[in-house]
Design a protein around this ligand. Structure first.
Ligand code: SF4
Length: 408
């Protein structure tokens, strides 16, 4: 299979596909689509991101969630436009931007207090202790200038042991105090097991998980999502573009992009549609750091074109061709195979932030926050056993070495 090495190949493709305008390509390639052009031709008043029920909470949430990892204090207009278009599910965390994300939301609510009731507000704590979560929650409320957070997540769990009885009691107390309305967790490691086991707990209201066209078709993932739906847990998908740690472009990807352009939207929008076509996913959280991204994603959310069987088949083919470029978050496999603790999944994710999201600063910041001793040991570890076990066939040792080179 021929791999396209760089964006020049994409430009050649665009020419041969007869798509000449720089603004004709997708959000993940940096551009806009016919669906987006149609959006700008409409009046703001008739644009409304659809809503879906969020588990058994009784809430209807926007299917598009505004990810809060951008410079919110200096992008207040974007929040205003998000409200106008109905992107009223906002996602942040105590850690995002060292507090700037929550402070930016607080700045907005101070100016437009009437909008607070329109927003389904989510924040998270990665404190890992109940005392730490209390401190984080109180700080989040103060920063965002609000009395309550709609949904509060324990941030980034990799196994259900982290949601123990102490955490359950903490959530109940925070609800009773009126500080949070709903409680749950986010996960980008071992998602299927976290969902399956979370569904058994009986007290989880919502889960945010890595979920995309690469991961959604496995029997394990289908069963895990089914279990959550049966338990009345609302599900929010993140990392829906399925970007990997290795940047490659294949013939199939080019075919996919051309196919979707014919339908009037980009392959980035199509990847979101693939997720929305599962009605069991309530919302997609997407980083939209500027109005172009917001309008692209709103356009995708309001566009009613469905992906057909062949669209999905091609996406699956592309996913299969590039599986060794993508870390699937199954850290229970690789990390257990190593002679000492190494957060392989985290390192792969930081590389993804840098290479696929084009956000090296965030990648470097998170890499720098790793336990110092573990970080210093990264280069000395022999990753051969983990590579043998990796179902995606990732060259883990090489990627860790590249992460050290690029992010340290
Ligand atoms: S490196 Fe491989 S085994 Fe480890 S989490 Fe990623 S895909 Fe799974």
């Amino acid at each position: 299979m021929k791999k396209y090495e760089n964006n020049c190949s994409r430009r050649n493709f665009l020419k041969t596909a007869g798509v000449v305008g720089a603004g004709s390509m997708l959000s993940s390639m940096g551009g806009s689509s016919a669906a987006s052009a149609a959006l700008t031709a409409r009046t703001t008043a008739d644009i409304a991101v659809p809503k879906r029920p969020f588990g058994k909470t009784g809430e209807q949430v926007a299917v598009l969630s505004l990810g809060g990892m951008f410079d919110i204090p200096n992008n207040q207009l974007l929040l205003r436009q998000a409200v106008r278009w109905g992107a009223t599910y906002w996602d942040t965390a105590h850690s995002y931007g060292g507090g700037r994300s929550e402070n930016g939301i607080g700045k907005y609510f101070a100016k437009f207090p009437q909008d607070r009731r329109k927003i389904f507000l989510v924040s998270k704590s990665g404190a890992w202790t109940v005392g730490g979560m209390t401190r984080h929650l109180n700080k989040s409320l103060e920063r965002m200038q609000t009395d309550y957070i709609d949904l509060f997540f324990v941030h980034g769990i990799s196994g259900i042991d982290e949601m123990d009885d102490d955490v359950k009691r903490w959530g109940e107390k925070a609800k009773a105090a009126g500080k949070i309305r709903f409680f749950g967790f986010s996960t980008h490691s071992n998602m299927e097991a976290c969902l399956r086991d979370g569904a058994r707990l009986g007290w989880i209201d919502g889960i945010m998980l890595t979920y995309n066209y690469r991961l959604m078709h496995s029997d394990r993932m289908r069963a895990a999502v089914d279990a959550c739906v049966e338990a009345g847990i609302g599900l929010t998908a993140m990392k829906t573009q399925g970007g990997g740690q290795v940047m490659t472009h294949t013939e199939t990807e080019m075919t996919l992009a051309g196919r979707f352009i014919q339908k009037g939207f980009t392959d980035g929008q199509a990847k979101m549609k693939a997720v929305w076509q599962n009605p069991r996913i309530a919302s997609i959280c997407s980083q939209m750091p500027n109005l172009s991204y917001l309008s692209e994603n709103v356009a995708a959310a309001v566009n009613k074109t469905h992906l057909g069987y062949n669209d999905i088949r091609l996406m699956r083919k592309y996913a299969s061709e590039t599986s060794s470029d993508y870390c699937a978050g199954c850290t229970r496999i690789c990390e257990a195979a190593l002679p000492e603790p190494v957060p392989v999944g985290d390192v792969m994710r930081y590389l993804m932030y840098s290479r696929s999201y084009g956000d090296p600063e965030r990648a470097k910041a998170e890499f720098g926050q790793m336990n110092a001793r573990v970080r210093q040991r990264l280069a000395a570890v022999d990753y051969t056993a983990a590579e043998k076990q990796c179902p995606q066939g990732l060259n883990i040792g090489l990627l860790v070495a590249e992460a050290i080179e690029e992010l340290a």
